[in-house]
Design a protein around this ligand. Sequence first.
Ligand code: FAD
Ligand code: SF4
Length: 568
Amino acid sequence: MARLARSLDRLKASYDVVIVGSGYGGGISASRLARAGKSVAVLERGREWLTGEFPTRFPDVRAQMQVTSERMRLGSDTALYDVRIGDDMHVLVGCGLGGGSLVNAGVALRPDARVFADEVWPGQIRQDGLLDEGYARAAAWLAPARDPEGQTRTKLKALGAASRSIGAEPVVNPVAVSFADRVNAAGIAQPACTACGDCVGGCNVGAKNTVALSYLPDAARHGAELFTQVKVRSVTPGGPRRWLVHFAPSDDSKGEERTVAADVVILAAGTLGSTEILLRSRARGLALSDRLGARFSANGDIIAFGYGANVPIDAVGVGHPIKPGLAPIGASVSGQLEIHDPDDLARGLCVQEGVLPSSLAPMLPVMFVPNGRLLGALQSLISGVYKGPFARLQTFFAVSHDSASGRFELNGDRLKLSWPGAADEPVYKRLDEILSTLVGAVGGSYVKNPLAGTVMGHQPATAHPLGGCGMGPDRDSGATDHKGRVFDGGAGQGSTAVHAGLYVIDGSVIPRSLGVNPLLTISALAERAMIHFAADHGLTFDVAPKPLPAQAFVPATSPGLLADPVAG
Ligand SMILES: Cc1cc2nc3c(=O)[nH]c(=O)nc-3n(C[C@H](O)[C@H](O)[C@H](O)COP(=O)(O)OP(=O)(O)OC[C@H]3O[C@@H](n4cnc5c(N)ncnc54)[C@H](O)[C@@H]3O)c2cc1C
Ligand code: SF4
């Protein structure tokens, strides 16, 4: 696919709309507002990754890690995996054009309806009927599908063998993956998934339905200008348009700040990014709600392992092209065990069988076996990690509910997450119990955190951070309203006054745990926010797939090629 991003020297002085971040919230906003005829610039701190460029060897993965804690900072600002080490909890997010979609498993689920019955949401979310339309639009564009061969995948069969011990049966679940060659809604040819399992390392086939292969090329084709390796620091009112966005090139923290002006600024930098930008903007004088930074939820999410099962699992990615002698294993998640509690929403959970990407394969002996470095060397000499104990390694992604009691603040200039007692949230005990039962049922040992002996310690970790700019009915209960508009903290108590033209549209506006993986809900809320935006600003846009000019048909063997490439 032709690159979408432009060089920063082509950034104009002002736009109708500047969007910060390019994950689900940013990609959807850019597509919809570009379709509405607005001049749109997207500023993304990470780099652009084309299909085929994702790291495949461990040294390359290591080079794509950025790790931040209160005391240290390692790696480049543009590295693909952004790990935040916290005193109470760790968080993993993606960094790059396409945001978390580049490195996620693509599980696309709608939460239990009781989630939205919670009074923490502004009433309009339940009442105006647009949430359903948001889900429908997001599903049409992200095209979640079930692996037609899901039931035959060894890892799902193993989860089935284990879950029978608790009288349950797993189901094949929808993932944002193309299981057959197709031309997607943005007019891009995507080849069928090869079932290599490498989704969370980045799909080098072009079969994962990422934001980078859907909403962003659609935005670019409708005139949006995309800029990468640009880190936004704050937003202030004023300038020739209504807002000034302050930024510096990524990896240049001491570099001079520049600004771009816009009538509308949409923060879509994810839970950590948007909250940090608003906290810094408040420190620079912008009046914001006291709720900013509050209601952080980890979505009751953990990754855990079972080691030494007595059945084959086949849950280590096999690479692209598939390594000689190995067979397809399925996408990163083929299915899940769902446990619903009709009386208590919080006790519901999903346990998904996951895959570790092939690029991490050399690390597995080191992670799981005492003196594993030696074993790793032997294993790779003899049979690699695809035979022996690591062919029986289970990886679980589990999702449930927590109390959303985390809080972000700025510590100096750096975002800090505090959640005293997070490790004691009841969800973790519940997940430990069920996962040890499942692992034990197939003869394995439950390994909660193989990195506990490292800088990671025993704190819980999440890849589903939510909240920080949580929506609420008014400025006393939320940082944003149901449309993503940022409340004016200078207005009186109970006020619903907002800063005109300042929006947050991403996972940070979700004020509680969802109990399922969040991408579909973040996308549905973003699509819904765009419907409101159009109505409020007298705009129209259609969301029909971009028709493909007949002469420009691209064969599906050319992954991710744009039918009519965007000029660079
Ligand atoms: C390994 C992994 C697996 C996952 N699996 C699933 C799954 O299967 N299903 C699911 O539903 N969810 C999954 N998730 C979570 C999901 O990907 C995220 O919830 C989702 O991407 C969040 O979308 P968003 O729009 O809020 O922000 P993001 O997708 O995080 O996008 C925010 C973007 O803003 C950029 N940004 C941040 N700060 C700045 C700044 N200051 N200036 C400019 N740009 C900035 C970031 O680089 C990023 O590109 C997974 C996440 C990870 C890490
Ligand atoms: S399993 Fe492989 S080909 Fe299929 S979506 Fe995941 S990374 Fe892409």
